[in-house]
Design a binder for this molecule. Structure first.
Ligand code: MF3
Ligand code: CO
Ligand code: CO
Length: 281
């Protein structure tokens, strides 16, 4: 399978989807405090997304043809030792917790005359860590170095660079930071009118020699653990991925368009002072 080069029209629509996903993270920020339950956060994000004429891509994602087994909520909330795909629940956030909120919006920008069968949705996918109250220095550092590793990889996005440059850069940054574990069981991904498409973006040293080209759109979303990189899946819900050793994990994610000179960060937030929407790499 090959990696899609998006058309100008698709790129325009991906900009809208990316901006909306970023705005959900901005919107939810003041709600992410000790005492709130993750299902309350889920409901607020779902309503905001729907009020903006979009859908939450995680809801029912991965369901089988009978409609069973899909992700049951609209957002992923991964607290402390949950690596990713945490399911919002009646669990209240507590002082000292770290939580990743992962938002994927899907939006149809076709006009109402477009026949139903021809309507297309476009996805914006992004996540960040929220620190609840008094977070330990160890956990704060975990969140910081994980975000730095994402930014370091983003600085390698430009035509002619290899996909393997991304994982190599993340691994180098994390190794320099100390004894952390890089999660290998989950990866970034191409994204467009399909939520997860080619290529897979590995967050560790790898041999994907394919070159990036202008018009490609993909996510980078490193997951870094305080302990070992291994994960285990919750056997009951089939979704929640925990660290195998019970230590904490952090993740940050952006959706990126390869431009002629670097990348455009489709999901950038105003609070991100270290990067700009247009990165000339
Ligand atoms: N947003 C996640 C990603 O970054 C995927 C979530 S799929 C779900 O790719 F079903 F768990 F929600
Ligand atoms: Co993603
Ligand atoms: Co995501």
């Amino acid at each position: 399978m090959s990696i899609a080069i998006k058309t100008q029209d698709e790129i325009e629509k991906m900009r809208v989807a990316g901006k909306l996903a970023a705005s959900v993270l901005d919107m939810i920020e003041p709600h992410v405090v000790a005492g709130v339950t993750t299902e309350e956060l889920d409901a607020i994000c779902a309503k905001f997304t729907n009020d903006n004429n979009a859908l939450s891509a995680p809801l029912n994602y991965g369901a089988d043809h009978n409609g069973d087994g899909g992700f049951p909520k609209s957002i992923c909330t991964s607290v402390n030792h949950v690596v990713c795909h945490g399911i919002p629940s009646a669990q209240a956030l507590q002082d000292g917790d770290i939580v990743n909120i992962d938002i994927t919006c899907k939006i149809c920008l076709d006009d109402e005359n477009t026949p139903e069968a021809e309507k297309k949705f476009f996805h914006g996918d992004t996540s960040k860590m929220f620190l609840i109250g008094d977070v330990s220095a160890e956990n704060r550092r975990l969140c910081r170095i994980t975000q730095e590793s994402l930014y370091a990889a983003m600085r390698k996005v430009k035509p002619g660079n290899k996909f393997s440059d991304l994982g190599a850069t993340i691994q180098k940054h994390i190794k320099k930071a100390g004894r952390y574990g890089i999660v290998k069981d989950f990866c970034g991904h191409g994204i467009g009118s399909v939520f997860h498409e080619e290529p897979q973006i590995l967050h560790y040293k790898n041999a994907d020699n394919r070159k990036m080209q202008a018009g490609m759109i993909f996510t980078i979303e490193p997951m870094i653990n305080l302990g070992k990189g291994g994960t285990k899946l919750d056997q009951d819900d089939g979704w929640t991925a925990y660290t195998s050793d019970g230590k904490n994990s952090a993740q940050w994610e952006h959706t990126l368009l390869v431009t002629n000179t670097g990348c455009e960060v489709l999901t950038i937030r105003a609070e991100e002072k270290e990067i700009s929407r247009i990165m000339n790499n």
